[in-house]
Design a protein around this ligand. Structure first.
Ligand SMILES: [Zn+2]
Length: 430
């Protein structure tokens, strides 16, 4: 019998080490020099980057791949997107939501994206999205970890049935408590919604992840309440604020007080750069605000920050590919994370740091970790962000689930090489 089920040979790990990785069952059995070992299947990584899987801590699987149904978002704003989603969800069926979500999960597997936190709308009396995504969570479980967030899209207090329906969704097995305080009718109701939802999470022992302050209004300060409630209820390390775009426009003095409060409360932040670079600033003329939260400043205070994708072909965003490297690429640009260390950090944000936010068990490339990894047609994390290259192999929980042959472009140029790959030139930084 072979020593390993799968042996990935000679890969470059994100920290620069070159190592072989052997898997047995659903776990990584060995990492190091495994020359001479036998395996049921050998993958020759030969210097290619081998990374733990990509992780997306912020997505909407109930809305994905619905672009154009029933119409497109003409203004490009968050608010028209919410209205459009209201029209779509009234006519959507559970079966159709399952089909779209599973199709997206196929895309994700092909890109080595093997853990997704998806919000699911809990403002529909039939809880169609909840039914659909609970089913999808079961179907994809052998290869993809799907964590669901009960998300009262139309407002926990603003929608008359949202409170009861959100509790019902949690009773049905939805994992995380969500919210949208900036969409409640008043600042006071927004604060009250954060308080009530954090109390529900504390009572039930659940994580919290709220859409929070996704606006250009500098006075939208619900993140302050979120941090306060996390601390008051002992939820440190279990709460995330998604978007936090108002922080872009806040007064610097106020932010200097806010960031230490967030760090003390142990809350994480999930900016979604692809989406917020297109949604925010729509009410501005020029200069037009970028609307991305203060990523580097939060990191300097020790706050855990991940990158989320949020949307792919839905009422809010017309593009998207299930590639977390697209997300890292946009985040790197908009947050100006351009030093070598900052670029590397952008790769960590879509892998290890997002995994910490989701609380994934056994994540990583160490012995005993879950045998999930991705082989990329790139030599290191920065090159991966630059190229957003093909995934040559994806292993999920011990099974090879996606493969793609290396696909160098053939050139026909006099006196020039026959193929081109666009990798860094050997021995140089670029
Ligand atoms: Zn979202």
């Amino acid at each position: 019998m072979a020593e390993f089920d799968i042996l990935v040979r000679g890969g470059t790990l994100p920290d620069g080490r070159v190592a072989d990785i052997g898997t047995r069952g659903a776990r990584i059995a060995a990492v190091g020099d495994l020359a001479g070992s036998s395996a049921g299947r050998v993958i020759e990584a030969a210097g290619d980057l081998v990374s733990p899987p990509f992780v997306d801590p912020h997505f909407h699987l109930d809305a994905t791949l619905s672009y154009g149904t029933p119409r497109i978002n003409a203004s490009g704003t968050l608010l028209e997107g919410i209205a459009l989603w209201g029209e779509l969800k009234a006519q959507a069926t559970v079966e159709e939501m399952v089909e779209r979500a599973l199709c997206y999960c196929d895309w994700a597997a092909s890109m080595g994206l093997l853990a997704i936190r998806s919000h699911v709308d809990t403002c529909d009396d039939d809880l169609k999205g909840v039914q659909a995504l609970l089913h999808v969570r079961d179907v994809v479980k052998p290869w993809l970890d799907l964590q669901l967030v009960a998300f009262p899209q139309d407002g926990f207090f603003r929608d008359p049935n949202a409170q009861a329906n959100t509790l019902r969704a949690l009773d049905m097995g939805v994992d995380v408590v969500g919210g949208i305080p900036h969409f409640e009718r008043t600042m006071e109701e927004g604060r009250a919604s954060v308080r009530a939802l954090c109390e529900i999470a504390a009572e039930r022992g659940l994580l919290v992840d709220m859409h929070c302050d996704e606006t250009d209004d500098p006075l939208s300060r619900h993140v302050e309440t979120l941090a306060h409630e996390a601390q008051r209820l002992g939820l440190q390390g279990r709460v995330a604020g998604s978007h936090l775009t108002s922080m872009h426009s806040m007064d610097n003095y106020y932010v200097s007080k806010l960031l230490p409060l967030m760090a003390e409360a142990g809350i994480a932040a999930i900016p979604n750069p692809l989406i917020n670079i297109v949604l925010q600033g729509r009410h501005d003329s020029y200069p037009k605000r970028r609307g991305l939260t203060r990523v580097k400043e939060m990191q300097a205070h020790g706050i855990l920050v991940g990158w989320g994708q949020d949307c792919v072909r839905d009422p809010w965003y017309s593009l998207g590919t299930a590639d977390m490297l697209d997300v890292a690429f946009m985040g790197l640009h908009v947050a100006q994370m351009t030093s070598p260390a900052e670029m590397r950090r952008c790769f960590d944000m879509v892998t290890v740091e997002n995994a910490r936010i989701m609380g994934l068990e056994g994540y990583g490339l160490h012995e005993g970790a879950v045998a999930s990894l991705v082989v990329l047609d790139a030599g290191d994390p920065v090159e991966a962000i630059r190229l957003r290259p093909d995934r040559l192999a994806v292993i999920a929980k011990g099974r090879l689930v996606a493969e793609k042959a290396r696909n160098d472009t053939l050139l026909a140029l006099d006196g020039r090489p026959a193929t081109v790959r666009r990798r860094h030139r050997p021995g140089t930084l670029g």
